[in-house]
Design a binder for this molecule. Structure first.
Ligand SMILES: [Fe+2]
Length: 467
């Protein structure tokens, strides 16, 4: 749900710190601490990470003109300029104002303009009217970013190096900014799609992959498994507590559903057969007149789709992208299968080499494609578990057993969003590679499809099949 998903799942320790930050945001800063005599290695590393993440945001925005950065093409989309300012506001609000002695805010109006929905921080501009903020200019937002970056360098050196809680909050700010880097890309994709001249964000090399083979299935036994985050690495609070859960015997596809698969569904009148659809899905598909995934358009030369590299023919081998939960669920039913649960997905993903921690690989943003790629050659391993497209699961987004929202004002960042949304897993071609992990839970409402969303199939197995 746009940036709505970005600030509702924070580590508990950070939430407590943010509660404190909110409470002291208007007080007079305490006396400045004496500078540390020599930079600590940890602060040097943190500053390097900080600058790398901040630079990446500006690199992603660089191809966009000030006019591009102004547009809000629908309520869920935020202008690029707003993203660049809001993630800067986050550092200013939760770190610099409460924790850096002597910090002078760049512009007090920005507290109102760039607060997304933090009730504890105060009033804010309406989300659906962010495109009306023509001033400050994109250039001035650049100045704002540099102002905050200079102060953050001082905070990391003088404060974070001595206060682990502040250091952890800096880390949260970086993960928050990475989430918005993905949002920036999916939002500008929608913005550019509304321009009749079909502008491209960038150019990429055409895919030359061989035809993708039919799906192969991997079987898993029933049993009590464990899912959820539980080590010392960074994770959002919605990824825990780690807990046991039961899975019945199931099988799961070795690759994502492709555009070719989806064209077969369309050719079989999939969008017009009520039997495949949930009731709410059937109402939604008819209300909007959906006949294909988002961004697809019929032409005299066949189906075309809008991408960040322009208006191109639909490639049968690429994973289908920009489908809603309702469409993914209907496709799975048509195919005689179902969506995996998030427990099944994590159980499978955690057994892949390199996936036991945040060390995952795939077609993420670092490839520079920002577009899903065909699966590689079939092998004994499951493919495309990470990257390419977020994978819808059949699991409603809700609290894990033992999850407890932080008390007080910061409770708004957690449990209040755990309703009417479904979980997606695996990251996508616009996700920073260092940002996701096996336990990462993304979530969107059932009708949304402007994010890079796709699916893989799963199915039940008879109990005797794995006994
Ligand atoms: Fe945000």
């Amino acid at each position: 749900m746009g940036d709505a998903r970005t600030e509702q799942s924070l580590p508990v320790s950070v939430l407590q710190l943010m509660a404190a930050a909110c409470a002291v945001s208007v007080r007079v800063p305490p006396t400045r601490k004496a500078p540390v005599s020599a930079p600590l290695t940890r602060s040097t590393v943190l500053l390097t990470d900080y600058q790398a993440v901040r630079d990446e945001t500006e690199r992603l925005a660089a191809p966009l003109s000030p006019e591009d950065q102004q547009v809000q093409s629908m309520p869920d989309v935020s202008p690029t300029k707003w993203h660049r300012a809001h993630i800067t506001w986050f550092f200013e609000t939760f770190l610099l104002r409460p924790s850096l002695p002597g910090y002078v805010a760049f512009n007090e109006n920005f507290q109102f303009l760039y607060n997304s929905y933090y009730e504890a921080v105060g009033d804010r501009h309406a989300r659906h009217e962010r495109g009306l903020i023509s001033r400050p200019s994109a250039s001035e937002i650049g100045e704002y970013r540099r102002h905050v970056d200079r102060a953050m360098a001082r905070l990391i050196d003088e404060v974070a190096s001595e206060d682990p809680a502040v250091e952890e909050l800096v880390l949260l700010g970086l993960h928050h900014e990475q989430q918005h880097q993905e949002l920036l890309l999916m939002d500008i994709k929608h913005v550019l799609s509304m321009n009749p001249t079909r502008p491209a964000y960038h150019e990429i090399e055409e895919s030359t992959a061989d035809a993708v083979e039919p799906v192969a299935w991997h079987e898993y036994e029933a049993g009590l498994i464990e899912i959820g985050h539980d080590d010392d690495s960074f994770a959002f609070d919605n990824e825990g507590p780690r807990h046991r859960t039961y899975v019945a015997p199931f099988r799961i596809a070795d690759r994502l559903v492709t555009n070719g698969d989806w064209l077969d569904f369309m050719a079989d009148d999939g969008y017009h057969c009520a039997e495949h659809w949930l009731s709410a899905g059937w109402a939604t598909v008819n209300e909007h007149g959906w006949e294909s995934p988002m961004y697809w358009e019929p032409t005299e030369r066949g189906w075309y789709t809008h991408t960040l590299h322009g208006f191109v023919p639909v490639d049968r081998n690429e994973p289908v992208c920009h489908v809603s939960y309702f469409e993914a669920d209907a496709y799975a039913r048509w195919a005689g299968a179902r969506l995996p649960t998030e427990a099944e997905w994590e159980h499978v993903a955690s057994q892949l080499q390199g996936a036991s921690s945040s060390d995952v690989t795939g077609n993420f943003a670092h490839t520079g494609r920002f577009h899903p790629s065909p699966a590689g050659p079939a092998s004994s391993a499951i493919r495309q578990m990470f990257g390419d497209v977020w994978q819808w699961t059949s699991s409603a987004y809700s609290a894990y057993p033992g999850f407890a929202p932080a008390p007080g004002a910061v409770g708004e960042y957690n449990g209040k969003f755990m309703v009417n949304q479904y979980v997606l897993r695996g990251g996508c071609c616009a996700t920073p590679v260092a940002h996701t992990r096996t336990t990462y839970r993304n979530f969107f409402p059932t009708h949304t499809r402007w994010m890079f969303s796709g699916l893989r199939l799963a199915a039940d197995l008879p109990k005797e099949a794995t006994s």
